[in-house]
Design a protein around this ligand. Structure first.
Ligand code: F3S
Length: 435
């Protein structure tokens, strides 16, 4: 792999052991993946921030790296932590969890990382990527957004790999940093309705399972997407659907890039030329199989926590929830999980106080997957977010109900899951038969 004289000097320890360790990680990853050189990155997003996932060994590892004088040299932001930093006591988090969690954040801050604690760096006006930017992002849902919706270039970095890239300001140039690797492996045709965020989550299940780590090209999904708002950091109906889709594709498959014909930047420019000659065709005529799996516990009716905002809620999602809850009173817990910055923006316009007046919480810095929700007594959860439906049963060992926003808010208002007929229809097919 070609390194510049400066990169070689970092590898040899010219800027201390912390930087040397980072360069070793970046170069090793580059060699493993056959990169020819390194590419400077404009922004890094670090995942693996919750003490729930890191444990004591992770806390020690981060402090040791900070101790070695490692500092990030490009803007770098953090994924959600296991609790809201300012309000953990009010959330009911035990000090035994809170103390090491705060130490994790302290280590990142010592290294110069912005403590944003959000999986949606693209909703931060200051950090939102632009088309053509090279990034080193570790949050899979954000990777899908950056590559697909923005047309930026990033692989899905691991936790230490992303931090190493931030410390040296570079990552190895392979995978989705190369145009040739961004062509579609599957063409997806959809003949059933894809009406709302929950349907986009269900679609992500079907497609994620079918394509694995491939690159889907949605031939006709644009029909179910209104235009993106001029200020994309607000989310909007289209942005909220696309972030749900990307998050679920990464969770149920390992998708880091998707294209929507006539809609996403590369698909707008290149059209079907973006698809590989050997791309497989998949026709989806029903989301029923997805709902049957994602709505995992149909026998569960009483709900302890309704959670909206996975990936972290945009301004428009908070507004949507507030409008539906105006003047009402909740019977069970509701978390709308988001970032501090989006909460402040929504609070200025009165949306947060409407949700709080109903008895709900707009929770920043965390989510129901990375927070220790079982310690908070939560066993039965409901959501309209595909990735949450995938991960919360595994990571937080909860029973899960999955449905649209109306069903979720109805559950929050009554404490019970309202039944609604699931979408019907046969299973998806490919040109090689049913799968
Ligand atoms: Fe974000 Fe938590 Fe979902 S980190 S993508 S809200 S699982």
């Amino acid at each position: 792999m070609h390194l510049t004289p400066y990169e070689q000097s970092l590898l040899e320890g010219a800027e201390g052991p912390g930087v040397q360790r980072a360069m070793e990680i970046v170069v090793t990853l580059g060699r493993i993946y056959g990169a020819e050189d390194l590419v400077p990155v404009r922004h890094v997003q670090i995942a693996g921030v919750s003490y729930k996932n890191l444990g004591d060994a992770g806390v020690e590892f981060l402090h040791e790296w900070a101790e070695q004088g490692a500092k990030v040299r490009v803007p770098t932001t953090l994924n959600p932590a296991g609790m809201e930093l300012e309000r953990w006591e009010a959330m009911g988090i035990a000090p035994e969890f809170a103390r090491p969690q705060l130490k994790v954040i302290e280590a990142f801050i010592r290294m110069g990382v912005h403590p944003t604690m959000s999986c949606t760096p693209y909703l931060f006006p200051e950090f939102a990527p632009r088309r053509g930017d090279h990034l080193a992002w570790a949050e899979s849902s954000a990777v899908a957004w950056a590559n697909s919706v923005v047309g930026a270039y990033t692989n899905r970095e691991g936790g230490p790999g992303a931090l190493a890239a931030a410390i040296v300001g570079r990552t190895a140039r392979y995978g989705y940093h190369l145009d040739a690797q961004r062509r579609a492996t599957h063409v997806i045709e959809i003949t059933c309705p894809v009406r709302d965020i929950a349907d986009f989550g269900a679609l992500s299940y079907v497609v994620g399972r079918a394509v694995g780590d491939g690159v889907p090209y949605f031939a006709d999904l644009g029909a179910w997407l209104p235009p993106l708002p001029a200020d994309i950091t607000l989310g909007g109906e289209a942005g909220d659907r696309l972030k749900t889709l990307g998050a679920g594709l990464a969770a149920y498959g390992a998708v880091a890039l998707f294209h929507v014909a006539g809609y996403t930047p590369e698909a707008r420019d290149l059209g079907e030329a973006l698809t590989r000659p050997d791309a497989r065709r998949i026709v989806i005529d029903s989301l029923a199989s997805a709902y049957a799996v994602m709505d995992a516990n149909p026998e569960t009716t009483a709900i302890d926590l309704v959670t909206i905002g996975c990936p972290h809620a945009s301004y428009s999602e908070i507004e949507r929830v507030a409008r539906r809850l105006q003047g009402q009173r909740l019977a069970t817990r509701l978390w709308v999980t988001t970032s501090q910055i989006v909460r402040e923006r929504a609070a200025r316009d009165g949306w947060v106080s409407i949700i709080e007046a109903a008895g709900g919480e707009v929770v920043a810095d965390t989510c129901a997957v990375v927070a220790p929700v079982r310690q908070l007594g939560i066993r039965r959860m409901a959501t309209n977010a595909g990735k949450m439906a995938c991960y919360a049963p595994m990571h937080s060992r909860v029973e899960m109900r999955y449905g649209d926003l109306d069903q979720c808010l109805e559950a929050a208002l009554t404490g019970f899951w309202p039944e609604a007929p699931r979408p019907g229809g046969p299973s998806p097919t490919t040109d090689e038969g049913r799968w």
